[in-house]
Design a protein around this ligand. Sequence first.
Ligand code: AP5
Length: 194
Amino acid sequence: MGKKVVVTGVPGVGKTTVINGAMERLAAEGVEYTAVNFGTFMFEVAKKENLAADRDEMRKLEKDVQKRLQQAAASGIAAMSGGDANVIIDTHSSVKTPAGGFLAGGLPEWVLRELMPDIVVLVETDPDQILMRRLGDASRTRDMEGHRAIAEHQEFNRAVSAAYAMYTGCTIKIVRNENFLLEQGIDDLVSVLR
Ligand code: AP5
């Protein structure tokens, strides 16, 4: 069986940047991974149903609508993740809803059981660095919140990941993606993917 690795982190922490760096490095060593972005799967359905004009609008949708989109994405991902391929799933442990509450279980329990990930990776860094990255990313409509709220979200994600480990027996790896130390974050991710 291939390795199944779930990579999570709050918006703008740099999940996609670290994943791309790690995949490039592993490809040079002859280790192939397919990266699947959960948000892209959700957005395809949201766009078709005229629910959201861009991926950042999905967080503003009613909780029940988000749950339905999650289910659609999860079915698609579960269907393509069986077998021998090594797969990275780029997603969220929890999403902050418009009312401020956390929507936990970014990966529904039935999907976790089907995927049975080997590892859940939490990409983290200092909240003020995340705030600056969100402010500097003109390509997206990022949530603006203070460093305390970002810290709280990172803490909540650790709790959700612990629940994933209880369900599946996967290990949890924390990868720090610090300013000026991207290569170190990539090294860290490569070490668990190899
Ligand atoms: P998605 O697109 O995955 O949302 P996201 O978390 O905002 O992810 P991004 O790819 O935009 O950010 P990132 O953390 O990967 O950072 P990046 O590498 O771009 O999903 C879209 C939406 O789908 C979500 O908002 C949610 O609504 C929904 N969704 C997804 N999964 C879900 C689930 N399971 N359940 C429910 N809803 C779900 O980097 C950000 C910036 O930082 C860049 O400018 C980059 O250059 C910079 N940067 C990165 N690393 C460094 C570094 N070391 N030093 C300095 N700058 C850095």
